[in-house]
Design a protein around this ligand. Structure first.
Ligand SMILES: Cc1ncc(COP(=O)(O)O)c(C=O)c1O
Length: 396
């Protein structure tokens, strides 16, 4: 008689997470993601969303979704390679390519699907892949699916990257360098110009994940490659609509060759259902807004500068951030959790980032400033920070 419990281990694993306070208990957003949102029945200043430009509630973006349901229905009926290749998808890809000033783009279900599907097709047996130690989890998963030799270089350390490139250069065929443009936990920016220089020197392919750069950095929010004026040197730009563009879906942008290759090889593109008409139409509208209403990016930066300056003047450590992602470094996980709980009680929603997302002694609250926050929203949040910072003896 079989005595094995086939699923009991899940409960044990879960209980271990709970005992270590490492389990996720997502709060509930009751309505739109907005500068003032209703979360778990309470009105809060939203400092936890990636909706940098608040486009998820922009009238044009919402209208586009409604119209597309009328004209195209709710779903596309198939994966794209078979019968789900909508005119809307192609229009969106043309718009992405034009916005990013690239030859072509390919739209994926998500940025994660782009990284997980494409990276394993860009480097294989006999090739070498170079990845920043703090790259996003979707890059890590994509890298794990390759048969290429992996070299993990120190965070943003161009000298270390050069060292491993030199070491690998004579032994491998293709070389592929992958980096986040903006690092999502610290808000710091990769030295993409220097990385691009090295890529050129070694004849390596350069892949930049711009998930947190687009809509934020560069001319009109065109992203990190535009910020460093190296668009032509970045061979693959991965982006997402789930952050500044306020919708959902990922893409890769680059040459026609890249699009043709990615379309024929990426299993997450070939074998997964496609984005709905409403989502696709909203993405097109979001690009439209970005191209025609530059005020959102400007406001994002003026809010960011104000918030950072005030936090610093109160004595908080905001780490190495150069973007609207503003960590308040607290060190200890329990303190970060306690701080976030108190912020919520005071009407501010900002999540604690703790181990294993960051090192055990690098726990922090991650604040994300958005364009739609009014001065009063920021001042209310800052007042809560000051009060709790003193209460928990983080600042004096
Ligand atoms: C750097 C980075 N890359 C990729 C992704 C995945 O993007 P998406 O939400 O479109 O799957 C994220 C989102 O968390 C991210 O921060």
């Amino acid at each position: 008689m079989q005595t094995r419990d086939p699923t009991g281990w899940m409960r044990t694993e879960y209980e271990t997470l709970v005992a270590q306070s490492l389990d996720w208990r997502p709060r509930v957003l009751q309505g739109p993601s907005a500068p003032r949102s209703t979360v778990d029945g309470k009105e809060v200043v939203m400092l936890a969303s990636n909706n940098y430009l608040n486009l998820s509630t922009h009238p044009k973006v919402k209208r586009a979704a409604r119209e597309a349901v009328k004209t195209h229905g709710a779903g596309s009926g198939s994966v794209r390679p078979i019968a789900g290749n909508l005119d809307l998808h192609l229009e969106l890809e043309r718009r992405i390519a034009r916005f990013k000033r690239r030859e072509a783009a390919l739209y994926f279900m998500s940025g994660f699907a782009g990284n997980a599907g494409l990276i394993p097709q860009l480097a294989g047996e006999g090739d070498a892949l170079f990845t920043d130690e703090l790259n996003h989890g979707s890059i890590i998963d994509g890298v794990r699916l390759t048969k290429a030799q992996r070299f993990i270089y120190k965070h943003k350390d161009v000298a270390d990257l050069e060292r491993v490139l030199r070491e690998a250069d004579p032994m491998f065929k293709k070389l592929l360098i992958i980096s986040d443009g903006v690092f999502s936990m610290d808000g710091d920016v990769a030295p993409v110009d220097q990385i691009a220089k090295l890529a050129e020197e070694f004849g390596a392919m350069l892949y930049i994940d711009d998930a947190h750069g687009e809509g934020v950095l560069g001319e009109g929010g065109r992203g990190v490659a535009s910020h460093f004026h190296v668009e032509e040197k970045v061979h693959v730009e991965l982006g997402t609509f789930s952050k500044a563009l306020g919708v959902v879906g990922g893409y890769v942008a680059g040459s026609n060759d890249l699009r043709n290759y990615a379309l024929n090889k990426s299993r997450t593109w070939l074998l997964s259902g496609t984005s709905t008409p409403s989502t696709t139409a909203s993405c097109i509208a979001a690009i439209d807004v970005l191209e025609t209403e530059p005020r959102h990016v400007k406001k994002l930066w003026s809010n960011t500068k104000y918030f950072k300056k005030r936090l610093k003047s109160m004595g908080f450590d905001i780490g190495q951030s150069e973007t609207p992602i503003t960590p308040v470094m607290l060190g200890d996980s329990a303190l970060a959790q306690q701080f976030s709980k108190r912020l919520f009680e005071e009407g501010v929603f900002a999540v604690p980032i703790v181990y294993p997302m960051v090192a055990k002694d690098r726990a922090r609250i991650r604040n994300i400033v958005t364009a739609g926050l009014k001065r009063k929203d920021l001042d209310d949040a800052l007042a809560a920070y000051e009060k709790i910072g003193k209460e928990l003896r983080v600042v004096s």
